[in-house]
Write a protein that binds this ligand. Structure first.
Ligand code: SF4
Length: 258
């Protein structure tokens, strides 16, 4: 089996900002990008080269654009990078995870380039704005649309069969570095679900270890093959439950729709 054959998504964080940025989100943590890891931001050439190496290692999953940023804040850059990738690899599948606040018909042609779109709704006002957009056909042609709810909405019970829904809740991951370790052995497959690469090219073990306590590599600086092998080694450690941060984690695994 090739190294990345089972990997579901590679997420390249296309920007560093969010239009929501609630206090429970790591995007508000000043240590999210440790100073020693601030290098050059990602660009489309680095992303394209890394994807080429990933494909050579068996990657067939989705390409996404966020870790904690809101990708639609960077719609123009996303459209440019997607077009760039499609030139050399027309079969690439793209996914979008968004809070939905910037969904609009002006982005329709960009949105149709995605195979999967997951919208996390944080308020009833968001729902009032997003549902009519979906019912008006904004995401027509997108194979998979999923709504993540942070409350038990009636829409969860009566949604059209072509829209998936799930219930989620803002979690305590921002506190993960401060809580004492538990004695619970936590083998976890989360890293192989989604390889997360932040705005400065640093590869993270998972969205919980957003400060990068597990050192993997940087795709702007290190050879892609070395980064991929280092990521797999870390994913194997997570599968055994040995990374220290895993002993503090209540695991997002069951909460994540992407
Ligand atoms: S247990 Fe938590 S910190 Fe460890 S790999 Fe899984 S999600 Fe990440």
């Amino acid at each position: 089996m090739q190294l990345l054959e089972q990997l579901g998504t590679i997420s390249f964080e296309i920007g560093s900002g969010c239009n929501y940025a609630h206090s429970f989100c790591p995007i508000t943590d000043p240590l999210r990008y440790p100073p020693e890891e601030l290098a050059t931001p990602l660009d489309k050439t680095v992303v394209g080269d890394f994807l080429k190496a990933a494909r050579e290692n068996g990657f067939k999953g989705h390409v996404g654009w966020n870790i904690y940023c809101e990708p639609l804040l960077y719609a123009e850059r996303m459209a440019d990078w997607i077009s760039f990738i499609l030139v050399s690899s027309p079969d690439t599948k793209f996914s979008l995870l968004t809070n939905g606040r910037l969904l609009d018909f002006k982005h329709k042609s960009l949105l149709q380039k995605f195979n999967k779109i997951c919208i996390t709704l944080y308020s009833r006002d968001d729902e009032k704005r997003v549902i009519p957009l979906l019912e008006s056909g904004l995401l027509e042609g997108v194979s998979e649309v999923v709504l993540g709810y942070t409350w038990l909405s009636e829409y969860l019970l009566r949604h059209p069969s072509n829209i998936g829904t799930f219930l989620t809740s803002p979690d305590e991951r921002i506190r993960v570095y401060d809580v004492p370790p538990s004695q619970i052995y936590t083998p976890c497959a989360r890293p192989m679900h989604d390889m997360e690469i932040n705005y400065y090219g640093n590869v993270r073990m998972c969205c919980i270890d957003y400060r990068g306590s597990m050192k993997i590599g940087n795709i702007c600086r290190d050879p892609a093959q070395i980064v991929i092998e280092s990521f797999i080694k870390t994913a194997q450690e997570a599968a055994k439950g040995t990374p220290p941060i895993c002993s503090k984690c209540k695991s997002l695994w069951s909460n994540c729709a992407m």
